[in-house]
Design a protein around this ligand. Structure first.
Ligand code: SAH
Ligand code: MG
Length: 222
């Protein structure tokens, strides 16, 4: 397939990552933890290196792989807050952050993102880069709180928008649960591509990623 050849070619261009990132990637693949693809890693690296956000928020830590990778792309002064609710994942995340985040740049918040995001919004916390990588069916519910904590000029990256391309399939080829998740994802994508506050591009990188930029000023073309 054309895409596979492109992927192999891009693999040869990819900048090196620390050995522990490879180890964690292998652990995740072995245990079926749905971590970001390498192409998604490339995109995150690019965005983080260009924008150099001071405050990063991740929704969906899993074992800490993407949070640790993002840390590698940021200045030592930047901070990452990452949210996870599943105990089994938290056990590994705590260990991995302890081993590989020696400078304490990453803060792990344990709890359901719906509650955590709500209290962040109430406390008027501000983030200039948000990586949304949790349960796909919930992105739309998180959006109002995400919008109140995403600062002007901030970037929102939403992962897994193509759900392994299932979202494109006939409505009858997928289960009822998938239909609901896909419907919610389509609605989420429609919302972020049509909001005045955001400029959004949907990319078929990795498992599909939407990159949204919040205007720094009140100026909008829409
Ligand atoms: N970002 C990680 C992968 C995250 S997988 C990486 O690429 O390395 C998605 C994670 O989101 C799972 O571990 C799941 O437990 C968590 N999650 C899903 N819904 C959540 C919620 N409502 N609150 C907190 N965590 C959630
Ligand atoms: Mg993902």
């Amino acid at each position: 397939m054309m895409e596979e050849r492109v992927e192999v070619f891009f693999d040869t261009l990819r900048a090196d990552v620390p050995e522990y990132i490879h180890l964690l990637e292998r652990e995740a693949l072995r245990d079926g933890v749905p971590v970001i693809r390498r192409a998604t890693r490339d995109l995150l690296r690019y965005l983080l290196r260009v924008h150099r956000p001071a405050q990063v928020l991740e929704v969906g830590t899993a074992i800490g792989y993407s949070a640790l990778f993002m840390k590698e792309c940021l200045p030592e002064t930047s901070r990452i807050t990452t949210i996870e609710k599943v105990e089994m994942r938290l056990v590994r995340a705590r260990e991995n952050l302890k081993s590989y985040d020696a400078k304490g740049q990453i803060r792990l918040v344990e709890g359901d993102a719906s509650d955590v995001l709500r209290s962040m919004a109430q406390n008027r916390e501000r983030y200039d880069f948000i990586f949304m990588d949790a349960a796909k069916g919930q992105y739309l519910n998180f959006l109002p709180d995400i919008m109140s904590i995403l600062g002007p000029g901030g970037i929102l990256v939403s992962d897994n928008i193509l759900h392994s391309c299932d979202i494109l399939e006939s409505r009858y080829a997928v289960t009822r649960r998938d239909r609901t998740i896909h419907g919610r994802m389509r609605e989420y994508l429609y919302t972020i591509t049509h909001m005045d506050e955001l400029e959004t591009i949907c990319l078929s990188v990795g498992d599909g990623v939407a990159v949204s930029h919040r205007a720094a000023s009140g100026i909008s073309m829409k």
